[in-house]
Design a protein around this ligand. Structure first.
Ligand code: SF4
Ligand code: SF4
Length: 358
C-alpha cells in the first residue's frame, strides 16, 4: 500500500502561493508505527512519501520510519519504496547519504531563478541561495532528483529562464505546475505570458532532445506520452485508491486537498481503510458537466477532484484558468511532437517509444 505521511503541518517557509493551512502539529511515533504496519499489511510492496508542511522539520521521524520499514521488509519479504517532497532548506548531509542509500526519490521544490519572487522564509528573506546549495548537493548524490516548480502569475515572465537555469544546474527531471488556489489570480495577460514562456520552453526542450541531452519537462512530455500511449490523463487520478495521505493525527483521506474533511476521511492508521467509503468515492461522477461534450476531453486533466476543489471549491467543477491551461498545453505538446517527428523520426521513436523507426 502507498501512503503519503504528512509528518507535520508546520513549515519553516511562507511561500506566497502556499495552499497548506499551517498547523504546529507533528505525527507521534505511535501513529508512525501504525502507518508503517498498515502499509505492509496489504499489497506486494509498501510505498511511503514523506510530506508536510516541511517533512525535514521531522528528520528523526523519517529515519525512524526507514529503520522500522527495513525490519518489516526483512520480515515480510516485501520491498519498500520511499519518496520525499521537501523545500530542501533543512537538508542535512546525513539525510542525503541515507536517501541515496535507500534509493529514495526526492522532489525538491525549487522555482530556479523565480525562487525569491514567491518562495520566502517567514521573515521575508529569499530562499534561493539555500535551495540552490541543497540542489547541488542532492544532484551530486542523486542525479535523478526532480526539481518541482510552481509558476505564479507574478513570476511567469521568468519561467523559461528558470527552466534553463535548472537544466544548467544539472536537473534532467523538471516537474512544473501553475500556482493554483485562492492566493493567486491569473488574468488574461498573465495567461498570455505563461503561453509565450511555455512556447520558449518547448523550443528549448526540442533543442536538448535533438542534442541528445534531453530533460523530462512534465507539462509537455506527459501530454505527448499520453497521446502516444492512448492513455487518459485522468486515469492517473483515483480518489481513495492510489497514494493515500495520512494526516499528522493518523486519519487517512482520499487526497491531499481533502485532509480535515470528514466526508473524504477513509479511516485511520489503527482501524485501516473503509473499502465501502473507497467504493463510494469511485462511483462519483468524474467528468465535470462543462467538459462532457468537449473534443479535448480525452487529453485533458479535468477530473482531478483535488485540483478542482482547490480552484472552485467543488471536486466536480473545473476552473476557467485550469481549462485555459490544459488547452494551452495540448496545443503546444502536439505542435512540439509534430515538429520533432518531422525533423527526425528515428530519434522521436527512440525517445518516446523506446524503439528504432521502421
Ligand atoms: S515550502 Fe511548501 S509547505 Fe512550506 S510554505 Fe512553501 S509551499 Fe507551503
Ligand atoms: S479543455 Fe476545458 S472544457 Fe475541455 S475537457 Fe478540458 S477543462 Fe473541460
Amino acid at each position: 500500500m502507498n501512503l503519503t505521511l504528512h509528518l507535520t503541518g508546520a513549515c519553516n517557509m511562507d511561500c506566497a502561493y502556499c495552499t497548506q493551512e499551517k498547523k504546529p502539529v507533528t505525527m507521534t511515533k505511535e501513529i508512525l508505527h501504525a502507518a508503517c504496519a498498515l502499509a505492509f499489511s496489504e499489497g506486494q510492496h509498501a510505498g511511503f512519501c514523506f510530506f508536510g508542511g516541511e517533512p525535514l522539520l521531522c528528520e528523526d521521524l523519517i529515519f525512524e520510519a526507514m529503520d522500522l520499514c527495513a525490519a518489516r521488509s526483512a520480515e515480510t519479504g516485501k520491498r519498500v519504496y520511499y519518496r520525499m517532497t521537501t523545500n530542501g532548506t533543512l537538508l542535512s548531509d546525513r539525510m542525503i547519504a541515507r536517501a541515496a542509500d535507500e534509493g529514495m526519490e526526492i522532489g525538491i521544490s525549487f522555482d530556479g531563478t523565480m525562487q525569491d519572487i514567491c518562495r520566502r522564509y517567514k521573515n521575508g528573506a529569499g530562499s534561493f541561495a539555500d535551495t540552490e546549495s541543497a540542489a547541488k548537493r542532492l544532484l551530486a548524490a542523486m542525479p535523478r532528483t526532480t526539481a518541482m516548480m510552481t509558476v505564479a502569475p507574478q513570476a511567469a515572465a521568468h519561467y523559461a529562464e528558470a527552466v534553463r537555469y535548472l537544466y544548467e544546474l544539472g536537473f534532467r527531471n523538471i516537474h512544473a505546475v501553475p500556482a493554483y488556489g485562492q492566493k493567486v489570480s491569473w488574468d488574461a495577460e498573465a495567461l498570455d505570458r505563461m503561453k509565450a514562456q511555455l512556447t520558449e520552453i518547448a523550443a528549448f526542450y526540442s533543442e536538448c532532445l535533438r542534442a541528445d541531452d534531453p530533460y523530462y519537462f512534465s507539462p509537455i512530455e506527459t501530454k505527448i506520452r499520453h497521446l502516444l500511449s492512448r492513455t487518459h490523463p485522468s486515469d492517473h487520478c483515483h480518489l481513495g485508491t492510489g497514494q493515500m495521505p495520512v494526516a499528522p493525527d493518523g486519519k487517512i483521506y482520499a487526497c491531499n486537498q481533502f485532509i480535515g474533511d470528514a466526508a473524504y476521511c477513509l479511516g485511520d492508521v489503527f482501524s485501516g481503510i473503509s473499502r465501502k467509503k473507497c467504493a463510494e468515492l469511485m462511483l462519483r461522477q468524474a467528468v465535470p458537466e462543462t467538459c462532457r461534450s468537449c473534443t479535448l476531453r480525452s487529453r485533458c486533466l479535468h477530473s482531478c477532484g483535488c485540483l478542482n476543489r482547490l480552484e472552485t471549491g467543488d471536486p466536480s467543477k473545473v476552473s476557467a484558468v485550469h481549462c485555459a491551461y490544459e488547452k494551452m498545453l495540448i496545443y503546444l505538446a502536439d505542435e512540439t511532437a509534430e515538429r520533432l517527428y518531422e525533423s527526425d523520426r528515428a530519434r522521436f521513436d527512440r525517445y518516446f517509444k523506446g524503439k528504432e523507426a521502421d
